[in-house]
Design a protein around this ligand. Structure first.
Ligand code: SF4
Length: 460
């Protein structure tokens, strides 16, 4: 493509992010590229000149949703430029080319150039689909945010890719190998956001525990960390802890194996790191973990929970669990339920297993039926609800610092909604002047109530 004029100025551009927080971060960064060209950002459901869809391919259902949303964009304005990017594009470019819904297909690790591609495309709209894919899927692609859609808490991407190859996951193929963002870039983005008033940074990535361990295989990463004692994630946290204006640092999903005594001791000295740890479990049955190609045992996982509880006072340990994995027997499922009790999770994100074409798990025999999976998800959800309530109620009577995220008028009351450092949602009467401040709130039965508990998405 040739260098062109600014063809994006005053064009209406709509964005949709599917899938994970990392995609959401990248979509925000892409939006900012368009803003810099002078494009007007509108809702995805509006009549726009350009639609950008950051797709997901984690399951067959995610693929279907990605295709649906691309068709939706086309139907909202048949003359619009429709651009698809992200993991589904990376994995299924050929079928998307045949489908003919999109004008541009941009693979992963070229998202920092999306506005530039569209700008050039508008100069010379081609009859055929424009495609761009990066053959280098192992270098970190730098993108950054000036601001975020929320005004209190910003997701900061620090890592991309995964080398783990869990048997149900396509991500190592779609996102490529692990790569870490330069520490200086992370610090400067967080400092910039803190200057703009953001109080909390949530560190995200595809496999956060691999931060700073690029070029190492999954096994090497593990031995490197243990033998060298190097902890790049801790080194990053130590620097972030001194960023002026930043009050809280929250970690996204971690692998249990990163939780060693040394790691937690060092982390617990950093007062801004929230005592909220999301350790991906996936199954509480060792035989299922083996079939999933997860590289820890339930005993090791429980040991990690113990270390966290030794260094933090009532930390929130949350997790993801997949139910109905191929071949999961009733006994294996029961093992998971009782493990959840034993680990005393503060919250569990439950996923009925969803097949993804091209993965080892998809080829496994003894796939469970949808109703079996739903039934198990429902049973685990009952345990989850009880555990979550008991964790939240355990703070009753305590005074906790709450970062107020929003203020709503409900039933004639002005209600502030925010989170404790443990990510317990809190609701109390207060006015909008409290938004983006940290307020000490006495935790009572009212703190989690009908206003927020039903539809609340606690997942970081
Ligand atoms: S750790 Fe496993 S589940 Fe997570 S992205 Fe990597 S392969 Fe997928």
């Amino acid at each position: 493509m040739s260098i062109s004029e600014n063809n994006l100025k005053n064009k209406k551009a709509a964005f949709l992010s599917l899938g994970c927080k990392t995609n959401a971060y990248e979509t925000e960064a892409i939006k900012q590229q368009f803003k810099m060209y002078g494009a007007e950002i509108c809702e995805f459901t509006d009549y726009a000149d350009i639609y950008v869809i950051n797709t997901c391919t984690v399951t067959n259902i995610a693929d279907k949703k990605s295709r649906q949303m691309l068709r939706r964009a086309r139907s909202l304005n048949p003359q619009a430029v429709v651009l698809a990017t992200g993991c589904y594009v990376q994995e299924s470019a050929d079928s998307l080319k045949e489908d003919g819904t999109v004008d541009l297909l941009i693979g992963n690790r070229l998202k920092s150039r999306i506005a530039e591609y569209v700008n050039d495309y508008l100069q010379n709209p081609a009859k055929e689909i424009f495609t761009a894919f990066n053959s280098d899927q192992s270098s970190y692609e730098e993108m950054s945010l000036l601001s975020e859609y929320r005004h209190t808490r910003a997701d900061i991407k620090i890592q991309d890719g995964c080398n783990q190859f869990c048997s149900y996951c396509i991500i190592p193929y779609a996102r490529g190998r692990i790569s870490s963002r330069n520490k200086r870039e992370v610090i400067s983005e967080v400092s910039r956001l803190a200057e703009r008033g953001y109080k909390e940074a949530v560190l995200t990535g595809i496999h956060l525990s691999s931060y700073g361990l690029d070029d190492a295989s999954a096994q090497e990463q593990e031995s490197l960390r243990l033998s060298s004692g190097r902890m790049p994630l801790i080194e990053l946290l130590e620097e972030l802890n001194s960023v002026e204006g930043l009050e809280r640092i929250r970690l996204g999903s971690l692998e249990p194996r990163i939780i060693t005594e040394d790691f937690v001791r060092k982390m617990s000295c950093l007062e801004k790191v929230c005592p909220h740890f999301h350790l991906s479990l996936q199954s509480g049955s060792d035989s299922v973990l083996k079939r999933m190609n997860r590289k820890y045992t339930t005993e090791e996982y429980l040991n990690a929970c113990g270390i966290l509880r030794k260094y933090y006072y009532r930390p929130s340990v949350t997790t993801d669990i997949i139910v109905g994995f191929p071949g999961e027997t009733e006994i294996e499922f029961e093992e998971t339920v009782s493990f959840a009790e034993k680990a005393s999770f503060a919250a569990i994100h439950i996923f009925p297993y969803s097949r993804r074409f091209g993965t080892a798990a998809d080829r496994m025999e003894m796939q469970l039926t949808a109703s079996e999976k739903q039934e198990r998800a429902k049973r685990l959800a009952e345990t989850e609800k009880r555990l979550r309530n008991s964790y939240e109620v355990s703070f009753s009577g305590d005074i906790k610092p709450v970062l107020v995220e929003e203020c709503r008028n409900t039933d004639g009351k002005s209600l502030c909604i925010g989170f404790t450092p443990e990510y317990v949602p809190v609701c109390f009467e207060g006015d909008s002047g409290l938004v983006n401040t940290i307020v000490d709130v006495k935790m009572s039965d009212m703190y989690v109530n009908e206003y927020i508990s039903a539809d609340f998405d606690w997942k970081i």
